[in-house]
Design a protein around this ligand. Structure first.
Ligand SMILES: Cc1ncc(COP(=O)(O)O)c(CN[C@@H](CCC(=O)O)C(=O)O)c1O
Length: 428
């Protein structure tokens, strides 16, 4: 299996090992984080398992990390750029914090054609995860937020860290100041906006991680109208848009009126295999205004200039190559490979009579184990099949009773994992 990025994290010394301590008070918001970040926790469980079963052939379908090589039309462009840095005429230092304008324009052309989004409204970054944190710095602690439940933990955890979330209610596992928009199988994974309280910010991910559900055009129009009426800002995460196979919108800016109510974050991670290269972008439309009519884009530009020195010029060269005609064809072939994996996993779980969601518009399969603890299901699958998944509870209280399975594996691993899971649950 691939070396995991947390494998080398050194064990921090605890107080008993270090005599001295400072007089600096801990950020009280950090105390609000109930556990470690979900994915290092998954790795910890995986390591404990491997300590018990050193010779197990582990199959990792947990973290949504790509596994196929980046097409060489893209890596050659990065290599060429990297080599040019070793020459006088090719060397480049700091670039524009907002990103290379050619790349900004290419993103606008490729993903936002005819939506009125222009290059100067696109801020190239080192990935969507970092952009979520920078957006939280922009928004500050005095805003109210609504988050899909379940959803990518980056929204809730960053909300806790910046002080938006309020106190954790142990009983429900929810933070007092966050509005949890239930997105379950019972409501087609789209929140009932008629009963959703107004908040300043609405985090919305479509296709959703972890459910794999892509909101329809009609639903996104409802969401934009809801934000407009309430004077809210939507932070729309389209990291998995390239996996959409039906008519669902790939961008919130396909919806009329969205430029006055939405910010969109996205990433090269999942469609181009750039999870380690690190490249993403955020669209902040000129039309998006605060209550005092000050343009949000001006503040976001200030955040980017103050807190970020721009994405790697090598990664940006790769990004440009991804968006060339041949480059995009090549990455689309890889996306289609993962989509085929998703189909295999959906069929495997469905053949066991389990309720399976997702997999059609996203590289995640969302499997229901009604009445069971998702961590118990995660543990049983790991212990009995050496397959790593993600317990749904890690994505919020709404994820309880589900597991998420990633389609980002190599085909042989997907087939082997499917066979093992069939054996486990068929015999159950
Ligand atoms: C909805 C969503 N947005 C943003 C990101 C991060 O994108 P980057 O551009 O690579 O920063 C992820 C990654 N989610 C993966 C990886 C988990 C993690 O490392 O946080 C997952 O859910 O398995 C995601 O699922």
């Amino acid at each position: 299996p691939q070396p995991n990025r947390w494998a080398s994290s050194s064990k921090s010394k605890d107080d008993s090992e270090v005599g001295h301590c400072t007089r600096v008070q801990r950020n009280v918001n950090m105390e609000g984080l109930r556990t470690g970040y979900l994915f290092p926790e998954i790795f910890k469980r995986e390591s404990e398992h491997m300590q018990k079963k050193a010779h197990a052939r582990l199959i990792r379908l947990g973290i949504g990390d790509t596994t196929l090589p980046i097409p060489d039309i893209i890596t050659s462009a990065m290599a060429e750029h990297a080599y040019a840095l070793s020459t006088i005429q090719g060397y480049k230092g700091y670039g524009a914090e907002q990103g290379n304008m050619d790349l900004r324009k290419a993103i606008a052309e490729k993903f936002y054609k005819d939506m009125g989004v222009e290059g100067h409204e696109i801020f190239v970054s080192d990935g969507a995860q970092s952009d979520i944190s920078r957006l939280q710095m922009l928004l500050g602690s005095n805003v109210t937020v609504a988050i899909q439940d379940p959803s990518f933990p980056g929204y809730t955890d960053s909300s806790v860290i910046v002080g938006q979330a309020g106190k954790l209610e142990e009983e429900s596992g929810k933070y007092g100041n966050i509005v949890y928009m239930n997105c379950g199988s019972e409501n087609g994974f789209f929140p009932d906006l008629s009963t959703t309280p107004r908040t300043d910010i609405i985090f919305f991910c479509s296709p959703n991680n972890p459910t794999g559900n892509a909101a329809s055009r009609q639903q996104l129009q409802q969401l934009v109208d809801f934000a407009r009426i309430n004077g809210s800002i939507i932070v729309y995460d389209s990291a998995y848009a390239a996996f959409i196979s039906d008519e669902s919108p790939r961008s919130i800016f396909e919806i009329p009126g969205a430029k006055e109510v939405a910010i969109e974050i996205s990433s090269f991670s999942k469609f181009a295999g750039f999870t380690g290269v690190r490249l993403g972008w955020t669209v902040v439309p000129e039309e998006l205004l605060y209550s005092n009519r000050f343009p949000v884009i001006k503040d976001y530009n200030r955040i980017v200039c103050t807190c970020f020195n721009g994405a790697s010029n090598i990664a940006q060269a790769g990004g440009l190559a991804c968006l060339s005609e041949d480059g995009y064809k090549a990455v689309t072939n890889v996306v289609n490979y993962y989509k085929e994996n998703a189909k295999i996993l959906v069929e495997a779980f469905a053949s066991l009579g389990l309720k399976v969601y997702g997999g059609k518009n996203a590289p995640y399969i969302w499997v229901h184990f009604p009445g069971l603890s998702s961590w118990d299901v995660f543990n049983e699958i790991l212990e009995k099949t050496d397959v790593v998944t993600v317990p749904g509870r890690g994505f919020g209280p709404g994820g309880e009773g589900y597991i998420r399975v990633s389609a980002f594996g190599h085909r042989e691993n997907i087939l082997e994992a499917s066979m093992r899971l069939k054996k486990l649950f068929f015999l159950a």
